[in-house]
Design a protein around this ligand. Structure first.
Ligand code: KG4
Ligand code: ZN
Length: 356
C-alpha cells in the first residue's frame, strides 16, 4: 500500500494541481475523513461523531476526544479507501486541520496526516478549520462566486467576514462573549437537553410559541456588526427560575422558551448579516458552521436575500473531512497551497483566521 519514498522537493513548485486530496478533520469531537477529486468532486467520506460519548459529561472532554480520534482514524481511513475503491498510493495530497481546536485532538489528525504523507512520499497541506467552514458553501449548487460576506456561526465562533477570494478575509464583526452555538447549547442544557443542545432546541422550538417570552435582542441596533449572546442566556435562565417557582417546567413552557430564545438569536444573526451585506457592496451571503443548519435562520435569510444566500449542504454544516479536503482544493486552484513534504509538524490550538 505504501508508495514511493518521500520526495524532498516542494510539491507546489511543480504547478500541477493535485487531483486526489485526502482531508482529515479532528479538531474537536468529530473524526472526519474525505477523498475529494478536483475533477470529479467528493468521492467518499467517513464521519464519526463523538457526541454520544461526551453527552454524559455535558460537554466535550478533551482527553476522551483525543483517545477516540486515535482509535477511530485508521479504521475510518481504511473504510474511506474501500468506499471509493482507491488505493492510498492514488492520493496526491494530504490536507489536515492544523487548528484551531483541542490540542490533543488536533495532534491525532496532524500525526496521521504527516505519517501517511511521509510514507507515501506525498505533500501535506495545513488547513485552518474556519477556512474549511467558510469555503464549504462553495460545494453547494449553484456555488457562490467571490466576493461574498460569510456568516460563520459555530459552537466556538460567531463572525461576519468579508471574503474577497480564497485567503482574502476581512473581519467585519464578531461576538463579544458567547458564540451563537454556545448560546444554543447552554440554553438547551437549561431546558434539560443533552449536549450539544442546538439541534434539539431547534426541534423543540418547532412546537413552541416564539412570541410568548420577550427575550432581548442584544446589540440589534448597535452601529457595528458585533454580537453578544451571554445576556440572552441569562434572560432565559431568569425566566426558567420564575416558571420553576410554580413547579417543574411544563412541556409547553419548554417549547415556548426554546421558540422565544431561537427567535431572538435568529433575529440578531439575520439583522447583522443583512447589514453586513448592505454595507459590503456585495450581494451574496454565505452561511457556514453548525448553526447554519438552523432552519429558522435559513428561512429568514432566504426570505430577505432569495437566491443570493448560500448554505453548505446540510450534512456539511457541522465538522467534517470534506470541507478540509475542499479548502485544500480551493487553495491549490488559487495557487495558494503551501504544500510541503512531511518533515515534522505542529498544530495551532489558537489560530485567528483574520488578524485585522
Ligand atoms: O461547526 P460545528 O460543528 O462545530 C464547531 O466548530 O463548533 O458547530 C456545532 C454547533 C453546536 O453548538 C450545535 O449546537 C450547533 O452548532 N447546531 C445548531 C443546529 N445544529 C447544530 N444550532 C442551532 N440549530 C441547529 N439546527
Ligand atoms: Zn467547526
Amino acid at each position: 500500500m505504501v508508495g514511493e519514498p518521500p520526495r524532498t522537493t516542494h510539491a507546489a513548485s511543480s504547478h500541477r494541481l493535485p487531483v486526489l486530496i485526502l482531508g482529515i478533520e479532528t479538531s474537536c469531537d468529530e473524526t472526519g475523513l474525505a477523498l475529494y477529486d478536483t475533477e470529479r468532486g467528493v468521492l467518499a467520506e467517513q464521519l464519526h461523531s463523538q457526541i454520544a460519548m461526551h453527552a454524559a459529561y455535558g460537554g466535550v472532554v478533551p482527553e476522551l476526544a483525543s483517545r477516540d480520534h486515535a482509535e477511530r482514524i485508521i479504521p475510518l481511513i481504511i473504510g474511506l479507501m474501500h468506499q471509493s475503491s482507491s488505493k492510498l498510493s492514488d492520493i496526491d495530497l494530504v490536507a489536515f486541520t492544523r487548528g484551531p481546536g483541542l490540542p490533543g485532538a488536533l495532534l491525532v489528525g496532524a500525526a496521521v496526516a504527516n505519517g501517511l504523507a511521509f510514507a507515501l512520499g506525498k505533500p501535506v497541506l495545513e488547513i485552518h478549520h474556519l477556512e474549511g467552514h467558510l469555503l464549504s458553501p462553495r460545494l453547494a449548487k449553484p456555488a457562490p462566486d467571490f466576493p461574498f460576506v460569510a456568516l460563520l456561526v459555530s459552537g466556538g465562533h460567531t463572525q461576519l467576514i468579508h471574503v474577497g477570494e480564497v485567503s482574502d478575509y476581512r473581519l467585519l464583526g464578531e461576538t463579544l462573549d458567547d458564540a451563537a452555538g454556545e448560546a444554543f447549547d447552554k440554553t438547551g442544557s437549561l431546558l434539560g437537553l443533552s449536549y450539544p443542545g442546538g439541534a434539539k432546541l431547534a426541534q423543540l422550538a418547532e412546537r413552541g410559541n416564539p412570541t410568548r417570552f420577550e427575550f432581548p435582542r442584544p446589540m440589534l441596533h448597535s452601529p457595528d456588526l458585533d454580537f453578544s449572546f451571554s445576556g440572552l442566556k441569562t434572560a432565559v435562565l431568569t425566566q426558567v427560575r420564575k416558571l420553576e417557582a410554580d413547579g417543574p417546567l411544563a412541556e409547553r413552557d419548554r417549547s415556548d422558551l426554546a421558540a422565544s430564545f431561537q427567535a431572538a438569536v435568529v433575529d440578531v444573526l439575520s439583522a447583522k448579516a443583512l447589514k453586513a451585506v448592505d454595507e459590503s457592496g456585495t450581494e451574496r451571503l454565505v452561511v457556514a458552521g453548525g448553526v447554519g443548519a438552523n432552519i429558522l435562520l435559513r428561512h429568514h435569510l432566504q426570505k430577505a436575500l432569495g437566491s443570493n444566500v448560500y448554505f453548505p449542504p446540510m450534512a456539511l454544516c457541522t465538522d467534517n473531512g470534506v470541507m478540509i479536503a475542499f479548502a485544500a482544493a480551493e487553495r491549490a486552484r488559487a495557487g495558494l497551497a503551501e504544500m510541503s513534504p512531511a518533515q515534522g509538524f505542529s498544530i495551532r490550538s489558537r489560530w485567528p483566521l483574520v488578524t485585522c
